[in-house]
Ligand binder design. Structure first.
Ligand SMILES: [Zn+2]
Length: 231
């Protein structure tokens, strides 16, 4: 294959992949149902950060995830699946498999933050980051795969912005922003995916809010609203 043919071949392949990808999204829309997987982080022996002597991150994230499900089920048109519905430990691969089996269009992992000194407070959203295995020097297939991945990342950022806006209403002036990090759970998924750190267990006011069922519901509603806006 000469150079021109190679370039031509690449463009045909790339166009085909992008059309296939968009058609897939359109097919989902036609079906009228979008699927979001909500991931209450930690569980079982893996308790996450401690908020009170017997209340841990795993409890807060599960309570919020169940509320998100309730919120979105009330709205119809969106199917919600949770990676766990009880206090049990779930492996990373199990969570990834759950998203694949559900044919999820969006993945939202809920966490509680800790550290960065006792004064750090507020919420932040992470997306997987554009830095990945470079397509440089590899074949056109890898370049196309990179393009599809970039599209997922753009969608992750689009969703993250909607979520940050809704969270700002729950916790005004507590926005620590959109951050890029190669967090494994969202890095391994091949769909738009984010991690939300809802607040700091190590800061007095954040901790108080996170323990309040009404604030937990407000956070869950913010996630639910942003999901509705996204689809
Ligand atoms: Zn966590």
């Amino acid at each position: 294959m000469n150079r021109l043919m190679g370039v031509l071949f690449f463009f045909i392949l790339a166009t085909g992949m992008i059309v296939a990808y968009s058609t897939n999204s359109i097919a989902r829309d036609a079906r009228g149902i979008s699927v979001v997987v909500i991931d209450p982080s930690h569980g079982g022996d893996e308790r996450g950060v401690t908020l009170k002597e017997d209340i841990f991150e795993k409890d807060i994230t599960l309570a919020m995830a169940k509320q998100v499900q309730k919120y979105l089920e009330g709205a119809g048109s969106i199917k919600v699946e949770l990676t766990r519905t009880s206090d049990r430990s779930v492996s990373l691969s199990e969570r990834v498999k759950k998203a694949a089996d559900a044919r999820a269009d969006l993945f939202v992992s809920i966490h509680v933050n800790a550290g960065f000194g006792r004064k750090a407070s507020g919420f932040e959203v992470y997306f997987p980051g554009f830095k990945g295995p470079s397509a440089e020097g590899s074949g056109s297939h890898e370049i196309v795969k990179d393009m599809v991945r970039t599209q997922h990342l753009n969608e992750s950022v689009r969703y993250a912005r909607l979520l940050l806006k809704q969270m700002e209403r729950v916790f005004p002036r507590k926005d620590r922003g959109l951050r890029e990090a190669p967090i494994r759970i969202i890095k391994e998924l091949t769909i738009p995916a984010i991690v939300i750190e809802t607040g700091f267990a190590t800061e007095t006011m954040d901790r108080k809010y996170l323990l309040e069922p009404l604030k937990q519901k407000a956070v869950a509603d913010a996630i639910g609203k942003s999901v509705l806006e996204y689809f």
